[in-house]
Structure formats: C-alpha cells, structure tokens
Design a protein around this ligand. Structure first.
Ligand code: AMP
Length: 124
C-alpha cells in the first residue's frame, strides 16, 4: 500500500496541525491521543513514512527501529506505567481494513493507568 502523505499524522509531523507532545527523538514522536481510551493514552509514531507495523518492521532502518522502540520505553517510564514504576500497560497497533486502522501512518497505542480489560471486544 502506498503511503498517503495527506494523513493526519503526516500533517502533525510537518507541523501543520498541533499535537500534545510527550517525548521525541530523532526518529520518533510521542503525543497524547486526541480521544483517550484510558487515563494514559499515548501514540508513538516513526518520523519516516510507513503505512503500518509490517511496513515499518520490514523497511525501516535499524536506527529508526531502535529510535522508535527506545521512545516507547521512555513513554512507559514517563507515564508511570512501566513495570518498574507502575502497574503495566497495553500496547496496540492496528493495521489495514481488518485491523480497523483509521490513520494510515504506523502508530503504537500505549494505554495504561487502569486495568485494560479483555484484549478484544465484539467484532460486529
Ligand atoms: P487507529 O484506529 O489505530 O488508526 O487510531 C488512530 C488514533 O488516532 C485514534 O485513537 C484517534 O483518536 C487518534 N487521533 C486522530 N487524530 C488525532 C490527532 N489530531 N491528535 C491525536 N490523536 C489523534
């Protein structure tokens, strides 16, 4: 699937629309979800143009993957949900139609601050 650079996260990365930044490094940006589904709900996105998890995992450089993953760990610590500082979290990524992905720029949802409940809800 070709990357659509008009998606809302591409626009955030270009500075065209604001975001509530939590943390950032050379390769990734973390910001609060505009419609949080948990007391802490942060999205981590690569700065490169990747449509979904499998695109990123297959095509990103090792530096991009490391930068992304390290920022995820930083967010868990900063939000107080990491296992050494808090009570845990859920990390989710949706991909494509069947994954019900709304924004076609790879992002990881990091949700915490409460017990997250069942992993998957009703599918209809
Ligand atoms: P997904 O269904 O995995 O693609 O999730 C997209 C997420 O992006 C949703 O949880 C939205 O609430 C969130 N979202 C959409 N627009 C924005 C925005 N401008 N700033 C922050 N989060 C957003």
């Amino acid at each position: 699937m070709a990357y659509d650079d008009t998606n809302i996260f591409a626009r955030i990365l270009r500075g065209e629309i604001p975001n509530d930044t939590v943390a950032e490094n050379d390769h990734a940006l973390a910001f609060r979800d505009i419609a949080p589904k948990a007391p802490s709900h942060v999205l981590v996105i690569p700065k490169g143009a990747y449509v979904a998890f499998d695109d990123f995992a297959a095509n990103a450089s090792e530096a991009e993957i490391a930068g992304f993953m390290r920022l995820c760990a930083q967010v868990c610590a900063m939000e107080g949900v990491s296992l050494d500082r808090g009570q845990g979290f859920r990390a989710i990524t949706n991909a494509g139609r069947d994954g019900v992905q709304e924004v076609p720029h790879f992002h990881l949802h990091i949700l915490g601050g409460a017990v997250m409940g069942p992993m998957i809800g009703a599918r209809d």
